[in-house]
Design a protein around this ligand. Structure first.
Ligand code: KMH
Ligand code: ZN
Length: 312
C-alpha cells in the first residue's frame, strides 16, 4: 500500500501543451495571465502549480526559459505554492531543449514522463472551423504522427541534469501500466529515491483510457511495485477530470486539475479560470470530509528541497 496521508494535495496545471487559444478564452498564454491564474489557483487551494510557458504573442507552446522567467518571479512573490516546471515540451523539441527551463531556474519539482508513446490531439481539430492563430490547426492535426519520446536514456539524462544536479523532485507522469514498471526499473538502478511522486494519467489518446477499472488496476500495480515508497495523484483528461479526482481521493490519493487537462467546469460548460476548477474540486473533497494540504504540508509529504533553494 502507498503511504496514506490525512491531507489531499491539489495540483493545478495552468496551461499545458494540449489545448490551443481557440478552444477557450480562459486558457492563459500571456505571462501576466499565466501568473494571475496561477496565483488565483494557489489562493483557491492548489499546493502545487504545474507550469508550461507559451509564446506571449500567439499562444504557441514554448520551452524558451525567458518565457518562463516572465511569470515565475511574480508567482513566487505572491504565493507559497510549490512550483513544478514541465519537461514535456512540444512536438519537435529535443530532451535537452525540454529540460532547459528547469535547468535554468532549478525549481522544487519538474514533470518527468515515464515512457515513449503516441500522444495525439488530432481529433480535437475537427471541432473548430475558425482559428485564433494560424499555427493551431496544423499543430493539432500533426499530432497524429507524433511520438512522445521518453526513452530510458532521456529519463536518465533528466534525472542526472535536474534531480542530481539541482535536487529537483519529479512528478513521474505515468500514462500506462508499463510506465510504472519503467519507474520501478529506474529506482532499482538507483536513479530515484523514495518517496517518488507518481501522477497516474487517464484519457490521453495514446495512453490508458479513463475507465475506473484502469485506475484500480494502476493503483494495485503501484502498490505491488512500490509498497510504501510512493505517493500518488490522478489526472483524468477532459470529461474525466472531476470524477477521477474524486475517486482518487476516496482511494487515498492526491488530485490534479487545471485547464491543461480539461477546459470545462461541467459537461458542455467551459471553465472561466483554473481557480474555478480548484474551487470545485476542493468543495467536493471537503464535502466528503477530506482536508486539503497546504504547500508546507505538500513539501513535507513529498520531501521537497524547499522554496528557498530555487533559482528564481
Ligand atoms: N498534459 C498532461 C496529460 C508534462 O507536462 O510533462 C501531460 C503533462 C506532461 O503534464
Ligand atoms: Zn504538463
Amino acid at each position: 500500500m502507498a503511504r496514506q496521508d490525512k491531507k489531499v494535495i491539489i495540483t493545478c496545471a495552468i496551461t499545458g501543451a494540449i489545448h490551443t487559444p481557440t478552444m477557450s478564452d480562459a486558457l492563459p498564454y500571456r505571462p501576466e495571465d499565466i501568473a494571475r491564474q496561477a496565483i488565483d489557483a494557489a489562493q483557491a487551494g492548489a499546493a502545487i502549480l504545474h507550469l508550461h510557458a507559451r509564446n506571449p504573442t500567439n499562444g504557441a507552446v514554448s520551452i524558451d526559459p525567458d518565457h518562463f522567467m516572465q511569470f515565475l518571479p511574480d508567482i513566487k512573490a505572491s504565493t507559497d505554492a510549490v512550483i513544478n516546471l514541465s519537461t514535456g515540451g512540444s512536438l519537435t523539441n529535443t530532451m535537452d531543449e525540454r529540460i532547459a527551463p528547469a535547468r535554468r531556474v532549478s525549481p522544487e519539482m519538474a514533470s518527468l514522463n515515464m515512457g515513449s508513446m503516441n500522444f495525439s490531439m488530432h481529433p480535437l481539430a475537427d471541432r473548430y472551423k475558425e482559428w485564433k492563430f494560424d499555427w493551431e490547426e496544423a499543430y493539432l492535426r500533426n499530432s497524429d504522427s507524433y511520438i512522445f519520446r521518453n526513452t530510458f536514456r532521456d529519463i536518465g539524462f533528466t534525472a542526472k541534469e535536474l534531480g542530481e544536479a539541482h535536487g529537483v523532485k519529479f512528478e513521474h507522469e505515468c500514462y500506462d501500466l508499463g510506465h510504472l514498471y519503467n519507474l520501478r526499473f529506474c529506482m532499482d538502478i538507483g536513479m530515484f529515491k523514495p518517496p517518488v511522486f507518481i501522477q497516474f494519467i487517464f484519457g490521453i489518446l495514446g495512453g490508458i483510457g479513463a475507465d475506473l477499472d484502469n485506475l484500480v488496476f494502476m493503483k494495485r500495480t503501484a502498490d505491488r511495485l512500490f509498497g510504501k515508497d510512493y505517493r500518488w495523484s490522478v489526472l483524468g483528461a477532459g470529461g474525466a477530470q472531476m470524477n477521477f479526482a474524486t475517486t482518487a481521493a476516496m482511494m487515498g490519493g492526491n488530485v490534479r486539475v487545471g485547464l491543461e487537462d480539461s477546459l470545462n467546469i461541467a459537461r458542455g460548460k467551459l471553465a472561466s479560470s483554473n481557480a474555478e476548477q480548484v474551487v470545485k474540486v476542493r468543495r467536493i473533497l471537503e464535502d466528503l470530509g477530506y482536508e486539503i494540504a497546504t504547500p508546507a504540508e505538500a513539501r513535507d509529504m513529498l520531501a521537497l528541497k524547499g522554496r528557498e533553494r530555487v533559482g528564481f
